[in-house]
Design a protein around this ligand. Structure first.
Ligand SMILES: CO[C@H](O)c1c[n+]2c([nH]1)[C@H](O)[C@@H](O)[C@H](O)[C@H]2CO
Length: 446
């Protein structure tokens, strides 16, 4: 049996656009994901978040389920278009939903953990110069975050400024798979810079408001990169893959500079870094209270002269999830050790870890998701090994509480420990939810 620390924070996670629905209610205006998902060919079968899990109306039932599972904390995100449906125009009715949700959580003794930005940028912000491409996005974001701190500040013990800046910049403005679907690497780095800058400015605003008992941090998706061989060129490929996925965000936040090797590589592609202004890196690297780590898989790369990053992915030997991601719990241990060694001794939380598998409701009305149980158990073992060696890991949030809108994959991929029948909106606790309930009760895994 592997015991976890007494106060280990067991949780689950979701995000606003993926579960709420009610996209036109109580003053909400469209986000870039409303626009993107309604654009031909952008999402699986044209799926949108119009209804999703109808959480906006079913939040009380969902909090009951959280209580039944016994989580200590629940990580959700706040929809910016509910709070500021137009530039500078605060919408109290939008805020009221989150106040109702938080009241339910507090009544059940569940710690609310809020992500300020989980990709649903208001369309009005995009319409003004491309959203994160416009340096004014920093001002808009700080106005939004400050209003949240004012209205909810001391009832949210853990504030996360951004979920995965890599996804909201590189995947969204560079690769084009996510909203707004641009395919321009210079734009991707401009967006990344403004997102990081908005993080730093929000942390400064948070500090000035002196909100008692609350902590603030950021969540990064981190993918350890391994060379396919001991060849020097493959090691170079892994270095660039690591810079692309991880160091481009870790270094400015924790070291106050972008990584030199990547600046050099990128300058050949995007030209001048004229969007980086005096003082920006000082702001981006303002001290935070914790780091959120989203971990799902690793990459293995070999050198490829023709690729921008000089790196090409090669498949790993491990089993894969429905997303095609290799299952590699040992890489989570490697990642946590590396973060501790090279970046920070701050408290860390695994703010997302989980897997999509083919889930079916069987004759007995249950979902026997043994693979998901195995996935979570093996990653918890890796986390426990890190903690056992003195690692400052304070909590673990399963992605996700419930099946939901999986971005470009729509509803075709199920990550939940709770099954959602989208026809009826019926929730069914999968075997993984029942197993997780026991883990939390015993604060240990077998
Ligand atoms: C490599 O995966 C990324 O780190 C990642 C995976 N995931 C995420 N980021 C997002 O934060 C969630 O909204 C997704 O639903 C979830 C599952 O795809």
């Amino acid at each position: 049996m592997i015991k976890f620390p007494k106060d280990f924070l067991w949780g689950t996670a979701t995000s606003s656009y993926q579960i709420e629905g009610a996209v036109n209610e109580d003053g909400r205006t469209p986000s870039i994901w409303d626009t993107f998902s309604k654009t031909e060919g952008k999402t699986y079968n044209g799926h949108t978040g119009d209804v999703a899990c109808d959480h906006y109306h079913r939040y009380k039932e969902d909090v009951e389920i959280l209580k039944e599972i016994g989580v200590k904390a629940y990580r959700f995100s706040i929809a910016w278009p509910r709070i500021f449906p137009e530039e500078g125009k605060y919408n109290p009715k939008g805020m009221d939903f989150y106040k109702r949700l938080i009241d339910e959580l507090l009544k059940k003794d569940i710690m609310p953990t809020a992500t300020i930005y989980h990709w649903d940028l208001p369309q009005w912000a995009y319409d003004k110069g491309g959203g994160w491409l416009n340096r004014d996005s920093v001002k808009w974001y700080v106005e939004y975050a400050t209003k949240l701190f004012e209205e909810l500040g001391d009832v949210i013990p853990l504030w996360i400024t951004h979920n995965e800046p890599w996804c909201s910049s590189i995947l969204s403005y560079g690769i084009g798979e996510h909203a707004p679907g641009h395919k321009n690497y210079r734009e991707a780095l401009i967006a990344a810079h403004h997102i990081l800058l908005s993080h730093g400015e929000a942390v400064k605003a948070f500090r000035e408001m002196n909100i008692k008992g609350s902590k603030i941090g950021i969540t990064l998706n981190l993918t350890p990169a391994y060379p396919a061989s001991e060849k020097e060129e493959d090691k170079l490929a892994a270095q660039y893959a690591d810079g692309f996925a991880n160091r481009w965000f870790l270094d400015p936040i924790f070291k106050g500079n972008y990584p030199e090797d990547m600046m050099e590589l990128y300058s050949k592609i995007i030209g001048e870094f004229d969007f980086i202004k005096e003082g920006d890196l000082e702001t981006i690297s303002v001290p935070i209270d914790f780091l959120g780590v989203n971990y799902y898989t690793r990459s293995i790369v070999k050198y490829n002269e023709d690729s921008m990053l000089k790196a090409e992915n090669v498949p790993g030997p491990g089993k894969r999830t429905e997303m095609g991601w290799e299952i590699s719990p040992e890489s989570l241990y490697d990642l946590l050790k590396r973060l501790d060694r090279e970046y920070t001794k701050l408290p860390m939380y695994i703010t997302e870890n989980g897997a999509a598998f083919k889930d079916e409701v069987t004759e007995d009305g249950r979902v026997h998701d043994d693979e998901r149980i195995e996935y979570i158990k093996e990653h918890l073992k890796a986390a426990a090994k890190f903690i056992g060696e003195g690692g400052n890991l304070k909590g673990y949030f399963v992605w996700s509480l419930m099946d939901n809108f999986e971005w470009a994959h729509g509803y075709s991929k199920r990550f939940g420990i709770v099954y959602v029948d989208y026809e009826t909106q019926k929730r069914i606790l999968k075997d993984s939810a029942l197993w997780y309930k026991e883990v939390i009760q015993k604060n240990s895994i077998e």
